[in-house]
Design a protein around this ligand. Structure first.
Ligand code: AMP
Length: 114
């Protein structure tokens, strides 16, 4: 997708602090961190939002969650706990329409979300 900022990060057309990458997914630091650890985990393939998850990409989405679990351990937040967030659509607060999962940790979070 030409205008997608996260596709540009995947293609290394714009810089980012990449902390993990394989042939299917990429994880990089959020430019506006909301907690001591704030990483975005995305598929390299352009998928707009959770509304576009289906049987064809469910394995890829599952791989993202395995990656998140491994990153949480590597980043030392697995034992205290962490939050995985996906914002979908305007009411969900999505601002970048390339599906992504926020991995947030390093502090205690409250509930309910704002
Ligand atoms: P969301 O509101 O769930 O769509 O989240 C989008 C996230 O992308 C926000 O937390 C932004 O801070 C983050 N973001 C936007 N542009 C960049 C960028 N170039 N590099 C890293 N994170 C970004």
């Amino acid at each position: 997708m030409e205008d997608c900022i996260f596709c540009k990060i995947v293609n290394k057309e714009i810089p980012s602090e990449i902390i993990y990458e394989d042939d299917k997914v990429m994880a990089f630091k959020d430019v506006n961190p909301q907690s001591p650890v704030h990483v975005l985990v995305i598929p390299k393939e352009h998928i707009e939002s959770s509304n576009d998850i289906d049987d064809n990409n469910s394995q890829l989405i599952g791989h993202i969650f395995v990656t998140i679990k491994e990153l949480a351990k590597e980043l030392g937040i697995d034992e205290d706990g962490y939050r995985i967030v996906n914002n979908c659509g305007s009411f969900g607060g999505q601002t970048v329409y390339h599906i992504h999962f926020h991995l947030l940790g390093g502090r205690k979070f409250s509930w309910p979300p704002g």
